[in-house]
Design a protein around this ligand. Structure first.
Ligand code: ZN
Ligand code: ZN
Length: 256
């Protein structure tokens, strides 16, 4: 059994096709999926997916790419996280690739999420792009190690991965690891400990080979696991078992 640790099933490309998507998960032994919130207005849809399906879970958070929207407060996040199907806080983090200029508001929002995670005792789902140094600095300043979490859709260096692992975080690989030119990400997938690896789709985006460029879906997380198995010279079953065990160890509030 596999777990898709990061997907956006409430996005229209996927929400319109849920019965087929769930069947495809079954056919590919993808047992569970974590549905990730990106704004406060979309959280009710994300939570509804988790409430309607035993094997779906939800997070609550506001993505760093959304600038002019309702800002989450510490108390607001903590109270929304107080639900048995909400197992993590995010996605949150820093993105200096999509947005430029004065991004102090992104860093402040990230700090609020870390504080909410610590108060809720629910792990963080962190998005970081072109901002590894500031991401790790803020994680240290806000004591993110107290709650841990996952660096999702990891595209940074081995050095950054090892620093995040030292802070008690897991590293999640998406379909990018299957791309031929993703040499340094493949290297990270080979060298970090297996007991710190998660797999995800980030669907509807980033479909792995052989579906690159198409709409992604949780069932395709098997191609991510297959590539990690190939890179490490171990079996697909070993990667499935380890990444699933890692998911439930990290997200203690998820009932298997
Ligand atoms: Zn992300
Ligand atoms: Zn995402």
């Amino acid at each position: 059994m596999l777990v898709d640790s990061h997907c956006h099933l409430n996005f229209p490309e996927l929400a319109a096709n849920l019965p087929a998507i769930k069947q495809s998960m079954l056919d590919n032994q993808v047992g569970h999926a974590l549905c990730i919130s990106v704004t406060l207005p979309d959280f009710p849809q994300v939570l509804a997916l988790a409430e309607a399906n035993d094997n779906f879970y939800a997070t609550v958070g506001v993505h760093p790419d959304y600038e002019d929207i309702e800002e989450p407060t510490l108390d607001g996040l903590v109270s929304l996280a107080n639900h048995p199907k909400v197992i993590g806080i995010g996605e949150t983090g820093l993105d200096y690739f999509r947005l430029t200029g004065d991004l102090e508001w992104q860093r402040a929002r990230f700090r609020t999420h870390i504080q909410a995670a610590i108060q809720s005792k629910k792990p963080l789902v962190i998005h970081t792009r072109n901002a590894a140094e500031d991401t790790l600095r803020i994680m240290r300043e806000e004591n993110a190690h107290l709650v841990g979490g996952v660096m999702h859709c990891f595209t940074e260096s081995l050095e950054v991965a090892l620093q995040a692992i030292e802070l008690g975080f897991y590293i999640s690989f998406s379909g990018i690891v299957t791309f031929k030119n993703a040499v340094s990400i493949k290297e990270v997938a080979q060298h970090i400990p297996l007991n710190r690896i998660l797999v995800e789709t980030d669907s509807p985006y980033l479909a792995p080979i052989p579906y690159r460029g198409k709409i992604n879906q949780p069932a395709y997380v098997r191609y991510v696991a297959e590539e990690i198995a190939r890179l490490r010279g171990i079996s697909f079953e070993e990667v499935s078992a380890a990444t699933t065990e890692n998911f439930f160890r990290l997200f203690k509030h998820a009932v298997q």
